[in-house]
Write a protein that binds this ligand. Structure first.
Ligand SMILES: CSC[C@H]1O[C@H](OP(=O)(O)O)[C@H](O)[C@@H]1O
Ligand code: HPA
Length: 246
């Protein structure tokens, strides 16, 4: 049983430092998760790892089975979920390749299965989401960044868009007016479902690019890849410093 899980995103389909013990296929009442859960040891701590887009990065953000992923992790006894996510930077501090630990989220997604509380015989339930991310986990990640000397931004509002296309400049302008600092496509319903299951959940975002209209010209997958290469190296260092703190 691993009490800690890491959900990997774009740029993190494998955890290089994970000493793999076994892979577990889990079937859930909500369908199949993105892939088998990998159990192993990361810097001395037992962890479970699940890449949200699948082991071969084939599942687009709007088709990730977020319910199955979160249910599977809860089912195997996970209590803390560290989500790693690539994002676009909207506001000035959110520079490409930088790590950000967001503290708020706005959901712009639609038609995704976003709750466990539906269906016959389920009591209508409204979970509190005032603080969408676990404060304890966020503070631990921030402390890990500081301990490892990793430049990071310790708060920010993540706007979750539907994807898979990137946004227009006007959409990003609207998100900026709403107070978004970052834009990604997977933060919701993942965070909300984790809360419904009572999991501690926080995100380490890696800025892959300036969001549409915030940089110069079009967003290229080349720049995304280059910034993620740099950022994911810092994620690995952050995780090494984080493990003893959990
Ligand atoms: C330009 S890459 C867009 C892609 O990357 C992010 O994935 P994840 O959150 O799983 O790291 C973003 O949400 C999009 O799915
Ligand atoms: O610019 C972006 N928009 C949405 N999601 C993203 N994930 C990385 N970059 C982006």
């Amino acid at each position: 049983m691993s009490a800690i899980a890491i959900i990997g995103g774009t740029g993190l389909t494998r955890l290089g430092s994970l000493e793999i013990a076994r892979r577990e296929v889990i079937h859930t009442p909500y369908g199949e998760p993105s892939g088998p859960v990998t159990h192993g040891h990361l810097f001395g701590r037992e962890v479970a790892f699940l890449p949200r887009h699948g082991p071969g990065h084939t599942i687009p953000p709007h088709q990730v089975n977020y319910r199955a992923n979160l249910w599977a992790l809860h089912h195997i006894g996970v209590e803390q979920v560290i989500a790693v996510a690539a994002v676009g930077g909207i506001t000035e501090r959110m520079k490409p390749a930088c790590l950000v630990i967001p503290d708020q989220i706005i959901d712009y997604t639609w038609s995704r299965a976003h709750t466990f509380y539906e269906g016959s015989l389920k009591q209508v339930t409204h979970v509190d989401f005032t603080e969408p991310y676990s404060l304890e986990l966020r503070h631990a990640m921030i402390a890990a960044c500081a301990a490892a000397g990793i430049g990071h931004v310790d708060r920010g509002t993540y706007g979750a868009t539907q994807g898979p296309r990137l946004e227009s400049t006007a959409e990003i302008d609207r998100m900026a007016r709403d107070g978004c600092d970052l834009v990604g496509m997977t933060g919701m319903p993942e965070a909300g479902l984790a809360r419904e299951l009572g999991l501690s959940y926080a995100t380490c975002a890696v800025v892959a690019n300036w969001a549409a209209g915030r940089g110069t010209g079009e967003i290229t997958m080349e720049e995304v890849g280059q910034n993620l290469d740099i950022g994911m190296r810092d994620v690995a260092r952050m995780l090494e410093a984080l493990m003893p703190l959990l």
